[in-house]
Design a protein around this ligand. Structure first.
Ligand code: ADP
Ligand code: MG
Length: 308
């Protein structure tokens, strides 16, 4: 089957294109940029067997390859606009492609994003690379580098669910948290709100400790995190504490936001969005991540996701 037929059958009409713009079908897409905005762009690659188990449902692979990119846009406070999809397939499997493209379409539709182009090729390893494009008003992107002394450190939801599901999957024990691993929910609406209030933000893809660490390094400050305040699913509550903290601090794939807020903003936002804001600690002068449990320092080995 020709590459053109795959594109026409599965990807061409996935999502509407804004009037006057051009999506799939020419040499490149044509996009009208919103006035007075900066383009926010990012790319993430998912490789079978490395970023998801080989037997992951194709619909979930499609969803997730879009969602992880939209999560990066959310962390910048961006409005998501469109994606490009580079697909490397070992073979043409119609059932797989139908489900995969439905997963892509479902995530695009949920977050109002168009698939405007991509590339299709053959390779031994199933590899999916998505580029996401978004926009923010000039100068208003949320950065990692803005945390201030005394800010509250917050997360947007339960942490550790995806790592718990992955660990159970490896042991062949199905869990109710499987959706957290397969269908991450990019926090675009929250990112939008945070643009006016947060001093810094990141999305949690490689583990809370490592990703919060990026904010601390970029901001040249430290954080004191109270382990008992990190929200988690009931399934994790039943684990022994050290095991739970390992999943929360070192497990990846949460795609919640971690952000810092001046305390006065925290209190007013918490009242308005009680289920999307959880304070877990504060920014301190002493560099590094300081973990405490019931006010006592806790030494927990930090080892986030390493690509090499
Ligand atoms: P070229 O040879 O000029 O690179 P292609 O045949 O690769 O052109 O692509 C033709 C059109 O199909 C382009 O608009 C391209 O963006 C789009 N396209 C190719 N692969 C995909 C894909 N996997 N998903 C979405 N659009 C794609
Ligand atoms: Mg091409």
């Amino acid at each position: 089957m020709a590459e053109f037929d795959i594109i026409a059958q599965y990807f061409k009409d996935l999502t509407p294109i804004h009037a006057g713009d051009i999506g799939i079908g020419d040499d490149a897409a044509v996009t009208t940029l919103p006035p007075h905005q900066q383009l926010i762009s990012c790319m993430d690659t998912l490789i079978a067997g490395r970023h998801f188990p080989h037997d992951t449902a194709p619909h979930a692979i499609g969803w997730k390859s879009v969602a992880v990119n939209l999560s990066d846009l959310a962390a910048m406070g961006a409005t998501a606009h469109s994606i490009l999809l580079a697909l490397s397939l070992p073979r043409v499997d119609h059932q797989w492609l139908a489900e995969f493209s439905r997963g892509i379409a479902a995530c695009c539709q949920q977050f109002g994003v168009s698939l405007i182009g991509g590339d299709t090729t053959r390779s031994e390893l199933l590899t999916i690379s998505v580029t996401a494009l978004g926009a923010v008003p000039h100068g208003q992107a949320l950065l990692r580098s803005g945390a201030q002394l005394g800010d509250m450190v917050c997360v947007s939801g339960e942490i550790g669910s995806a790592a718990y599901a992955l660990a159970n999957l490896i042991q062949d024990q199905p869990t109710t948290l499987q959706a957290a691993l397969d269908y991450p929910q990019p926090q675009l609406a929250l990112g939008h709100i945070l643009r006016d209030y947060a001093s810094s933000a990141i999305d949690i893809s490689d583990g809370l400790a490592q990703d919060l660490g990026h904010i601390l390094t970029a901001s040249a400050l430290g954080a004191r995190v109270e382990l008992e305040r990190i929200p988690c699913a009931v399934e994790l509550e039943q684990l022994d504490m050290l095991h739970k903290w390992q999943l929360q601090l070192n497990g990846g794939d949460d795609y919640q936001l971690c952000f810092t807020l001046p305390t006065h903003h925290y209190h007013c936002l918490k009242a308005r969005y009680p289920t999307q804001l959880y304070a877990i600690g504060e920014i301190v002068a002493e560099r590094g991540l300081h973990l405490v449990y019931r006010q006592q320092p806790m030494a927990i080995p930090i080892q986030g996701w390493q690509h090499f």
